[in-house]
Design a protein around this ligand. Sequence first.
Ligand code: C2O
Ligand code: CU
Ligand code: CU
Length: 465
Amino acid sequence: MRSATLVLLLGSVSILSVACGPKKSAPVLPASCDVPWITANQSSAGVVDVNLTAAETDWDPGTGVPIHGLAYNGIVPGPVIPITAGETLRVHFTNALSVEGTTVHWHGVRIAWAMDGVPGLTQDAILPGQTFVYQFTVPDPGFYWYHPHMQTAKDIERGLYGRIISRDPAEPVVDCDMPIALDDVLLGADGQVVAPSLPNRAHGNLGNLLLANGRIDTRVPISKGGHTLLRLVNAANARTFDLSIEGHSMRVVGTDQGWLPVPYTTDRLVMAGGERYEVLVDGTGEPGHEYRVISHSHLDDPMELDPLPGDRPIFTLVYDQQQKNEPVPSFPPPAIPAWTPGPVAHKYVLNDIMQANGGMISTIDGKSYPNVPMVMFSGAGEPVTLQIENDASGMHPMHFHGERLLVVARNGTTQLNPGWKDTVMVAPHETVTLMSMFDNPGSWMFHCHILEHAEDGMMAMFMAN
Ligand code: C2O
Ligand code: CU
Ligand code: CU
């Protein structure tokens, strides 16, 4: 029944992707679990050395019209950096952009503060032609990503982001371990990135072309009776992805910072900007068949206008001819403490105020960055309880740098089996209760990961010690 509905809805596939889609004569790409991985240049025991360069790059999203954008190491998304949890990553970074200073932020990694990539706070901007060595230990298994923390909205939109997979040595080997960055990009009639106009920008820049790993035509292999692991990150400026897979359900096995203690199965997965989910797809389909992953338009704010309303394919699962009979892999469960909320150390209150010109002022605790008072979280070895209350009309995915947190309650309802998070959706009129040890010392950023909201002031600093 569900597939019948989908066929109907997909009749209205994006005008843009039809107009500039692959030409009929173009060969269909084979499915491949291979994505470009970075090559470590001289890993010594426990240290992974890689080179990373940001530069202006023309990249083809699969429409045949290259985007004059930006990229790490010439590809969008940037190369996947693989590491084993506990190892040290040493990134020899070069800014080869012609005019802009930049920094690299390692989203979600419980990193040493000085390596967090926040200009004016943890380091100076890396100017064009300059280099910088980022060296830090990745303490936890999980799926992370990296992106600039300067001109963030503009530069991520143009292609500057990449992924990091941190593995637990105890993880099982799956048939296909596929990191996928979900994105959308707003293109003008000439196929080039355009800035959103007001008031659309105020709700976050929604794109008019959906991308998985920088392409409209990404194909992921799967075998009947086998399992494909999708490691998903929402790298879009503002779009919340709401996904389903034709004919398949999704087994959610991990979230931002590692595996879930208790996996769950769902038909729809909603993920906001900056969030990650690991999804295991059981090969219940037919050999030789294809099943599309569908992105359902999901507006976070009633005032928002989606240039891509309805349901649209974003990538495709492609069955090979094999017939396997593999048991469901299980992933090493993390140690999640059974915390019960204590006194609330701080309650953040989010709001946004529409301006007469259609612009927006986004606030935390009644102020916009940099005027939001800094909050100190000091647990002294005990978990700290905090809350985020959203008084705004839209959802805000709030991201904490440097730490990991558990969502313990939403509107007072206890959340069972949470996993470690660093980016947390807070719906309008919702109050989320979070707990964290806040044991990674530093003065860190806390901001909305709808990048336009962060630019409009929904950003703050907190201290942990
Ligand atoms: Cu992914 Cu401060 O951001
Ligand atoms: Cu971050
Ligand atoms: Cu926001």
